[in-house]
Write a protein that binds this ligand. Structure first.
Ligand SMILES: NC(=O)c1ccc[n+]([C@@H]2O[C@H](COP(=O)([O-])OP(=O)(O)OC[C@H]3O[C@@H](n4cnc5c(N)ncnc54)[C@H](OP(=O)(O)O)[C@@H]3O)[C@@H](O)[C@H]2O)c1
Length: 365
C-alpha cells in the first residue's frame, strides 16, 4: 500500500479531516491516474456530465501537480454545461471554475514559488476544477493560506471577489452609506452583507418570499444584514425608509426584482447588474433615469481577472478576503459537502426546479 504524508484540513463547521498527501517521488513511481467530470455536449447537467478516469503527466519545468480538496457548483458552471452561458469552452470540457487544491509535486523550474503542501486556487478562468488532480503551470495558480477553512478557500475567488469589487469599484462608499441588493441569500449576496458590515456600510437585502422566511431573515441578519425584506415588502418597509437612500444597487436577478431595487436608488445612484437569475431583461423605470439620473452598469469577474491577471490589486483583494475570513468577518456560504463520487446529487441540488435554491453544493475530493 502507498504510504502518504498526512495533512489536517479545516472546515468552517469546526470539523477537521485528514488528507493523504503523496510526496513527489512517490507520485512519480506510483500514481498516474485521477478522476474527472466531463461533458461532450450541452444539455441537462445530470444527463450530460459523466465521471471518467484521466491519465496525469508528471509535472515538469514550471508545472505543478495539485490534488483538489474542494470545489463549488456555481450557477455559471451549470449554465455553461447547459450551453446558455455567454462564454462556451470547446468540447469535451471539464467543468468547474473555482476550488482549492493542495500541491503534491512541482517541476524543477518552480523554485521556491510553490512547495508540496501549499494550497492554491486558480488564477485562470475555467480551469476545470471538478477533477481529483490538476497539472498546471504555477503561473496559473495563486497561493493561499494553507491554514484557512477549506470551504472558504474553495469559494473565495468568484463570489466574495465579485462582492468585494462591486462594493469598491463603482461608487465611493463610506461608513454609513447604504447598498441595496436582490438575491441577497446568494453566495455573492452573503459576501456583500459581510464585507459591507466590515466596512460599516448598511445593506438592504431583498429575497424571495418562502415558507421559512424568518429563518432566512435571521440567518442573513446574523451575517450582518441591516435590513432583510421580501420583494413584496420592499416598497412599504419602514426600516428601508429609515436608512439613507442607497447609492449602489447590486442586481443578480434582473426582471421585476431588478426594477424594484433600481427604484430605491438615491439621485445619481448606480445599479450594477452581475446576474440574470430570473432570465428576464433589466427594465429601467423612466422616472429613475430622468428624475434620479441613475446609471446602469455591469460587472463580470472573469473580465476583471483577465484585465488584472497579475496585478498587485488582485493580490490585495485575495489578501483582504482571507484576512476578513481569518478574523471571522467573512464566512463561506451556507453549504452542503458532497463526496465527489455523488456529483449527481450536487448537480441536482444546484439547479432550481420549483423555486428556492438550497445550500451551495461543494464537491469534496
Ligand atoms: N458577473 C459576475 O462576475 C458574477 C460572479 C459571481 C456570480 N455571478 C452571478 O450571480 C448570481 C448568483 O450567484 P451565486 O453563486 O451567488 O448564486 P447561488 O448562491 O447559487 O444563489 C442563487 C441565487 O439566485 C436566486 N434565484 C435563483 N433563481 C431565481 C429566480 N428565478 N428569480 C429570482 N431569484 C432567483 C436564489 O434565490 P432563492 O433562494 O430565492 O432561489 C439565490 O439567491 C448568478 O447569476 C451568478 O451567475 C456573477
Amino acid at each position: 500500500m502507498l504510504a502518504c504524508r498526512r495533512s489536517v484540513v479545516r472546515l468552517s463547521s469546526g470539523r477537521k479531516f485528514t488528507s493523504c498527501l503523496d510526496d513527489s517521488s512517490r507520485w512519480r513511481r506510483h500514481s498516474s491516474t485521477g478522476m474527472c467530470l466531463e461533458y461532450s455536449r450541452n444539455g441537462d447537467p445530470e444527463k450530460v456530465v459523466v465521471m471518467k478516469e484521466t491519465t496525469l503527466p508528471v509535472p515538469t519545468g514550471n508545472q505543478v501537480l495539485m490534488k483538489m480538496l474542494a470545489a463549488p457548483v456555481n450557477p455559471a458552471d451549470i449554465n455553461t454545461i447547459q450551453g446558455v452561458y455567454a462564454v462556451q469552452p470547446s468540447l469535451p470540457s471539464i467543468p468547474g471554475n473555482e476550488g482549492v487544491g493542495e500541491v503534491m509535486a512541482v517541476g524543477d523550474e518552480c523554485g521556491e514559488i510553490l512547495q508540496p503542501g501549499d494550497w492554491v486556487i486558480p488564477r485562470v478562468n475555467a480551469m476545470g476544477t471538478w477533477r481529483t488532480h490538476i497539472v498546471a503551470p504555477h503561473t496559473d495558480l495563486i497561493k493561499v493560506p494553507s491554514n484557512a477553512d477549506m470551504v472558504t478557500a474553495a469559494t473565495i475567488a468568484v463570489n466574495p471577489g465579485t462582492a468585494y469589487r462591486m462594493l469598491k469599484d463603482f461608487v465611493p462608499m463610506s461608513s454609513g452609506d447604504t447598498v441595496i441588493q436582490n438575491g441577497a441569500n446568494s453566495a455573492v449576496g452573503q459576501a456583500v452583507i459581510q464585507i459591507a458590515a466590515a466596512l460599516g456600510i448598511n445593506t438592504i437585502n431583498v429575497v424571495r418570499n418562502r415558507p421559512n422566511i424568518h429563518q432566512l431573515k435571521d440567518y442573513l441578519t446574523r451575517l450582518g444584514a441591516t435590513v432583510v425584506v421580501t420583494e413584496e415588502e420592499l416598497r412599504k418597509s419602514e426600516s428601508v425608509k429609515a436608512l439613507p437612500p442607497p447609492r449602489l444597487a447590486l442586481n443578480c436577478v434582473s426582471g421585476r426584482s431588478g426594477t424594484e431595487i433600481l427604484r430605491q436608488l438615491a439621485h445619481g445612484g448606480v445599479m450594477v447588474t452581475y446576474g440574470g437569475m430570473s432570465r428576464q431583461p433589466v427594465i429601467g423605470p423612466v422616472g429613475s433615469l430622468i428624475f434620479s439620473d441613475v446609471t446602469l452598469r455591469g460587472f463580470w469577474m472573469t473580465r476583471w481577472n483577465k484585465e488584472h491577471f497579475n496585478d498587485s490589486e488582485r493580490q490585495q483583494m485575495v489578501d483582504d478576503l482571507f484576512q476578513l475570513a481569518q478574523s471571522g468577518k467573512l464566512k463561506p456560504p451556507d453549504n452542503t459537502l458532497v463526496p465527489f463520487a455523488d456529483y449527481i446529487v450536487a448537480l441536482k441540488n444546484a439547479m432550481p426546479k420549483e423555486g428556492m435554491l438550497g445550500k451551495k453544493q461543494i464537491l469534496l475530493f
